[in-house]
Design a binder for this molecule. Structure first.
Ligand code: SAM
Length: 347
């Protein structure tokens, strides 16, 4: 078994609870042995096998970068340098390699510490141990200093999300657009909260033009999409094909009577006030009829993630249908819409 080490994740800071839940769900889905350490605004520290850093960062919607933590110390430059000098840095870089050290500050703390000065000083400590080359543009090794919470954290970056990779998937960049479609980071997060892996048959029973399906498909899941409108089913398929993936199946059907027998994960955004058709039912009525159906086709101990507008009473409806509510997140969209995201488990 791979040994546990300190790993760090830098999240996008867009939401207070979703990024950590998403990271945990990915680790749970892949049965990784981990322990959550401290979290300070964008920085999440975990004890886990080193490979978990990239596993999470590559899959998560809300993780921007990840790496291995080398040390942490009090956030005073003298203390940071003393700790760094006491370590064998040759474990992290060899003489032929180039490196950069970048320091970030999360949450407006330790303002008296100059990031630029610290970067230069830590570069000096590195060079006193190893005859490597500084390259700020395109280094082989990227070291990260992070002023977060009561500590300074120092680590080796192992993954950074390529610039523009999310922008390319923006709803307006897809061939089929509908205003109700979901933005990529949140859609990706929902798929991960549902603990979907490449082995999981994933279902979005109100798939629209496929914002959630696309993310699940790009993560390698076999995906099934259901929608009551033909133009949506067609649009979702076009969008998936545009990004080089194919659905496992697209079905024109009513999600309150899903013609599927078993799936391993569900994440969905039933219709409400976003221009999506509700087939003359209220969101509450749809959820009331859909949730027992979802429970029926979901494998035991697997998850369904359901989005609804706050105030629909979805929690009670889910429990009445036999689901266990694992998590409840709120996402403010605008003055008249806050989304409630429930993570449900079939007992
Ligand atoms: C909010 S949209 C889904 C958006 C989708 N998650 C995306 O990112 O593109 C809701 C969808 O539910 C569909 N719908 C409404 N009632 C339905 C029903 N009873 N069964 C299946 N689909 C339904 C609508 O046609 C609409 O496309």
């Amino acid at each position: 078994m791979e040994q546990k080490t300190g790993i760090f994740l830098v999240t996008s800071g867009e939401h207070p609870t979703l990024p950590l839940s998403e990271a945990k769900a990915i680790l749970d889905a892949y049965k990784v042995d981990y322990r959550v350490g401290e979290t300070h605004y964008k920085l999440v520290e975990l004890e886990a096998p080193a490979s978990a850093a990239d596993l999470v960062a590559k899959r998560a919607g809300y993780v921007e970068e990840a790496g291995i933590e080398i040390f942490h110390s009090l956030p005073e430059p003298a203390e940071i340098k003393k700790t760094m000098r006491s370590l064998d840095l040759t474990r992290y870089i060899s003489p032929q390699e180039s490196f950069s050290i970048r320091v970030a500050r999360y949450g407006g703390i330790s303002k008296e510490v100059s990031r630029v000065k610290l970067e230069a000083e830590l570069g000096g400590v590195m060079l006193s141990q190893i005859a490597a080359r500084v390259d700020l543009e395109n280094p082989i090794r990227r070291f990260r200093g992070m002023l977060a919470g009561p500590y300074f954290h120092f680590g080796l970056q192992t993954f950074k999300r390529p610039r523009g990779s999310v922008g390319r998937r923006r709803p307006r960049k897809r061939p089929a657009f509908h205003p109700s479609t979901m933005v990529p980071k949140l859609a990706r997060c929902l798929v991960n909260l549902a603990c979907a892996t490449e082995e999981t048959v994933f279902l979005d029973p109100f798939c629209g033009v496929g914002g959630i399906l696309l993310e699940a498909s790009l993560l390698g899941c076999p995906v099934l999409g259901v929608d009551a409108l033909r133009r949506m089913v067609r649009g979702a398929r076009r969008n998936l094909v545009h990004f080089g993936t194919l659905p496992f199946g697209m079905i024109l059907a009513d999600a309150r009577r899903i013609p599927i027998t078993k799936v391993g994960a569900i994440a969905t955004d039933p219709p409400y006030g976003t221009g999506a058709s509700t087939l003359k039912a209220t969101t509450k009525e749809i959820l009331r009829d859909f949730l027992p159906e979802a429970r029926e086709i979901l494998e035991t101990n697997h998850r369904a993630v359901v989005v609804s507008p706050l105030g629909t009473g979805v929690s009670a409806l889910a429990e009445d249908s036999g689901f266990k509510v694992l998590e409840d997140h709120r996402v403010y969209v605008h003055r008249s819409l806050t989304r409630e995201i429930l993570v449900l488990s079939k007992r």
